[in-house]
Design a protein around this ligand. Structure first.
Ligand SMILES: Nc1ncnc2c1ncn2[C@@H]1O[C@H](COP(=O)(O)OP(=O)(O)OP(=O)(O)O)[C@@H](O)[C@H]1O
Ligand SMILES: [Mg+2]
Length: 253
């Protein structure tokens, strides 16, 4: 489904990613791990189109997408939940999920300003999609609450719902469990598993190696912008280079 070939990206002469090759099969849940600064978020931004690569290609369902803008890739079914995604305070959970969907319905800015019928139809459609997505993540009863009153675990589910509005086929999750308590992590893990079981292809960046080990079909390990290991969780866990890269950090427990 996804093929990243020889992709490199530098920032100020330093490689954030260097000659990265990666293939993800449809229906797979791929874990991406690696120390801070390994290039994990950069990889996601190159796949979703929020950053251009200096070199290399990205293909999705057999077609090159690396020259497409982020919104075009989103329309093809690639959704990203950014690391430390922000919430809109003072807006309800539903409104937070609706934000960002407007670009994908088509009636456009002018009709929104003039509140033309096409816009009202769009609003209704977006609202229906948002409510469906909130249902999928178990937040149907929280839709009218101010977003900032949600516990952190539910705020992460809300970010997931926002991504699900676009009905993605490939979902990129960048450290969705950071800062969560153990019970919230478990709930989020269960939700990710559920989404995976509906057929969604998922790439999961996470520092919690134990969580990734439990969820992922395969794991890719990045270090200093390069893929240093890839395989099943069992294979990766025993890899000497992975253990070395994580020295001083918590290795799979
Ligand atoms: N916009 C940017 N400008 C300059 N340097 C950047 C930028 N984005 C990333 N980098 C650098 O590229 C490297 C990879 O960063 P990236 O954010 O992809 O790492 P990461 O694996 O996601 O780390 P973390 O686990 O801390 O989120 C780092 O050295 C980082 O400082
Ligand atoms: Mg990151």
């Amino acid at each position: 489904m996804l093929e990243v070939s020889d992709v490199s990206r530098q920032f100020g002469g330093v490689y954030a990613l260097r000659d990265v090759n990666l293939k993800v099969a449809e229906g797979e849940l791929r874990g991406i791990i690696g120390p801070n600064g390994a290039g994990k978020s950069t990889l996601f931004n190159l796949i979703s189109g929020h950053l251009p690569a200096d070199h290399g290609t990205v293909s999705y369902n057999g077609a090159r997408i690396d020259r497409l803008a982020a919104h075009r890739r989103a329309a093809l079914g690639i959704a990203i939940v950014f690391q430390a995604a922000r919430i809109f305070r003072g807006m309800t959970v539903r409104e937070n999920v609706m934000v960002g969907s407007h670009a994908s319905t088509g009636a456009g800015f002018l009709s929104a300003v003039l509140r033309l019928p096409a816009h009202r139809r769009d609003e209704r459609l977006i609202r229906e999609r948002a409510d469906a997505a909130l249902g999928r993540v178990g937040l149907a009863d929280w839709a009218d609450r101010p977003a900032e009153t949600l516990p952190l675990g539910q705020q992460r589910s809300m970010q997931l719902a926002r991504a699900l509005c676009a009905d993605p086929k490939l979902l990129l999750l960048d450290e969705p469990a950071s800062g969560l308590r153990a019970t919230e992590r478990e709930a989020l893990s269960a939700l990710i598993t559920e989404l995976h079981e509906t057929g969604l292809t998922i790439m999961l960046v996470e520092h919690d190696v134990a969580m990734v080990t439990r969820l992922a079909d395969r794991i890719t390990v990045l270090d200093l912008g390069q893929v240093i290991a890839e395989g099943t969780p069992e294979e990766v866990r025993g890899d000497q280079r992975v253990i070395a890269a994580y020295l001083g950090e918590e290795v799979a427990t």
